[in-house]
Design a protein around this ligand. Structure first.
Ligand code: AMP
Length: 487
């Protein structure tokens, strides 16, 4: 979802985690709470749960981490065996409770609650149209637009048709957990941009952004929700029904989920993220391996890449040592969201400290998943050289990020992205590394066993799988026409 900013495309967008559950004879709040814990990496700004007890909704939405957002009493107060939850990603400078989710709305034919991961690119058009028809909006977020559109359609259609009608009007990325009265739904956009899975627990069914949330509550992953599919969890955990509401030829799965965002222990679109990252590390060695005394991950994001890289190097006869030479202070949050460059630089130093004996007098290769602004890599190269490294080589498990993400990941603006106007050699010079290499797009598609055209590679190609104002698209897409007439 995006919220509180100038239009959909101007400001940063957010990456979030969504969950939903329908259980037999026990309150859903506690398993939802645990599964939000498992998705904490997808959002640290706010957390919320909405449940339904058959008569009415109960909600608790609060700013902060999951562990801080709920007290025991809050969870006890969330009655009902059906519910949905949400964690929201932080954005620079924004601490706005009106953006926290799940978003709730009551209307003539019942109550609705919505959790959204992704970003719509045509929400302004729909908001204008609905506002013209008398809908009052409390935020400029796209989740509220989906909620109002669905509420309106539910006045005229049954649940499945109403969702279909809304899906035919919204354009962009969305994985949704929705609750209409006590029925929980999961919806994935027709391109399958953001992940969403179905899981089974002892006494019911769940949907979640990542399978690790299902593991946490002792459930089994059933499968991914298919692009364009609606999953309806039957009340009281009795099963689920699915409807393929929109067909598309080509999916556009976000490759960056596999590279950076998702937990390594999650399975997305049948791939264990950890194995994908190790394979990407192996390919990095094949494409641009360089001899050095030691190879080290940038923790935590570079870990699986570096172990795959080192393993492939050693299989090729290299004597390179694999070492954890950078120690991470686990109490420092993600540096990326620090509002100023100065704070970001300080935060890298707070977060990572080299083990001097591992690097002193040696040639070092460090491996990270991505370079965004270049702050981390510049600081790290300097740190390692200050610690006596003879040479510092940098290898990156993704192609250069040259363009912003409009589909739900909080990246930097185009101007802030170091690769948006610099060649690899210019970046190497800027970060003062002795050598620098990125992974190819081909290697990413290969590691995921898909064709490049089935991935969203917008941030590394500048061509997006949606119709985004002022940007190129990599396919034949038709943006829905919102003409003020109800369709
Ligand atoms: P930078 O210092 O701006 O070049 O950021 C690079 C670091 O940020 C890498 O260590 C990545 O693991 C991490 N990173 C990449 N994408 C994101 C993101 N969307 N949000 C937070 N951190 C990120």
């Amino acid at each position: 979802m995006s919220c509180g900013r100038d239009g959909d495309l101007g400001g940063p967008t957010e990456k979030c985690g969504v969950v939903g559950a329908s259980l037999a004879g026990r309150d859903a709040a506690r398993p939802l709470y645990y599964s939000l814990y498992a998705l904490q990496h997808r959002g640290q700004e706010s957390a919320g749960i909405v449940t339904h007890d058959g008569f009415q909704q109960h909600d608790h939405v609060s700013m902060g981490l999951v562990g801080d957002a709920f007290t025991e009493a809050d969870i006890d107060g969330l009655k009902g065996s059906a519910g949905i939850g949400h964690v929201r990603y932080p954005t620079a400078g924004s601490v706005d409770k009106s953006c926290a989710q799940p978003f709730t709305v009551s209307f003539k034919s019942g109550s609705l609650a919505l959790s959204h991961n992704g970003n719509l690119v045509n929400s302004d058009e729909i908001r204008d149209e609905l506002a013209g028809k008398g809908h009052a909006f409390t935020s400029d977020g796209d989740t509220e637009v989906i909620a109002h559109d669905l509420a309106r359609n539910l006045l005229e259609e049954d649940l499945v048709r109403a969702v279909k009608r809304t899906m035919n009007r919204i354009h962009g990325s969305y994985s949704l957990a929705i609750m209409h009265d006590e029925t929980v739904l999961g919806v994935r956009d027709p391109e399958g941009n953001r992940p969403l899975v179905i899981g089974e627990v002892e006494d019911g069914y769940v949907i979640a952004s990542e399978s690790s949330a299902i593991d946490t509550i002792d459930g089994e992953l059933v499968r991914d929700v298919r692009p364009g599919e609606l999953v309806v969890l039957r009340p009281d955990g009795e099963g689920y029904d699915t409807y393929q509401l929109v067909e598309r030829d080509r999916p556009a799965h976000c490759f960056f989920e596999h590279v950076y965002f998702a937990r390594p222990d999650s399975v997305i679109d049948d791939n264990l993220v950890y194995e994908v990252r190790r394979e990407l590390g192996r390919k990095l060695w094949e494409e641009s391996g360089i001899e050095s005394d030691v190879v080290m991950p940038v923790p935590d994001s570079g870990r699986a890449f570096a172990s795959g890289y080192a393993e492939a190097a050693q299989e090729d006869g290299s004597n390179v040592e694999f070492a954890e030479g950078l120690m991470k202070n686990r109490y420092v949050g993600r540096t990326f969201i620090m509002p100023t460059q100065d704070e970001r630089e300080r935060a890298v130093r707070l977060k990572l400290n080299p083990i001097k004996s591992t690097v002193e007098g040696r040639t070092v290769t460090i491996i990270d998943d991505s370079i965004v602004r270049g702050t981390t890599s510049t600081q790290l190269v300097r740190l390692l050289k200050d610690c006596g490294a003879e040479e510092v080589h940098m290898r990156i498990g993704a192609p250069p990020i040259i363009a912003p993400c409009y589909m739900g990941i909080n990246m930097a603006t185009r101007e802030e992205l170091i690769a948006s106007d610099k060649s690899v050699e210019e970046i190497r010079e800027a970060i003062s590394a002795d050598s620098l290499a990125y992974l190819s797009k081909e290697a990413i598609a290969d590691a995921l066993s898909v064709s490049q055209s089935d991935l969203c590679l917008g941030c590394v190609t500048g061509e997006y799988p949606y119709d985004i104002d002022d940007e190129e698209t990599d396919r034949d897409v038709t943006r829905p026409v919102i003409d003020g007439a109800s369709d």
